[in-house]
Design a protein around this ligand. Structure first.
Ligand code: NI
Length: 145
């Protein structure tokens, strides 16, 4: 078995605001990320898959298939979007922190995985998002909340 990671990029905006907290508490907790007008990030998304190396091709994953899956299952839903408003999972429910975004993207990939990859392999191993150079988030298979 080997793991293979592909890197993608998308831009989106969000506003961090918890409906469970008062406005003042939101401002204290999230600071300028609570700005009512939101703000944008250039997210780096890494998708890691795990599988055996095929004896004929020497490959563990068909990159075109993975790219198509990531594009249809994730990128088309988040690219240039307002995450609070445009991604159903966050509309009025969850706060689009990159913690929650990472978990949601993992699930978006899992939901579409079998429609692209036939059979049991490769499997989705990890989703990693760099929100900024200093803020990095990972979701591992079997390690989801
Ligand atoms: Ni932010």
């Amino acid at each position: 078995m080997i793991t293979v990671t592909r890197r993608y990029a998308f831009s989106a905006s969000h506003r961090l605001h918890s409906p469970l907290l008062a406005d003042e508490a939101n401002r204290e907790l999230f600071g300028k990320c609570n700005n009512p007008f939101g703000h944008g990030h250039n997210y780096q998304l890494e998708v890691t898959v795990r599988g055996p190396v095929d004896a004929t091709t020497g490959l563990a994953v068909d990159r075109e298939t993975l790219d198509r899956l990531v594009r249809h299952a994730v990128l088309e839903h988040v690219e240039s979007k307002d995450l609070n408003r445009d991604v159903p999972a966050f509309a009025g429910h969850y706060i689009p922190t990159t913690e929650n975004l990472s978990l949601e993207i993992f699930q978006m990939l899992e939901r579409s995985w079998r429609s692209e990859f036939k059979g049991d392999l490769p499997v989705l191993e990890k989703v990693r998002i760099e929100e900024t150079a200093r803020n990095i988030f990972e979701v591992h298979a079997h390690g989801q909340a």
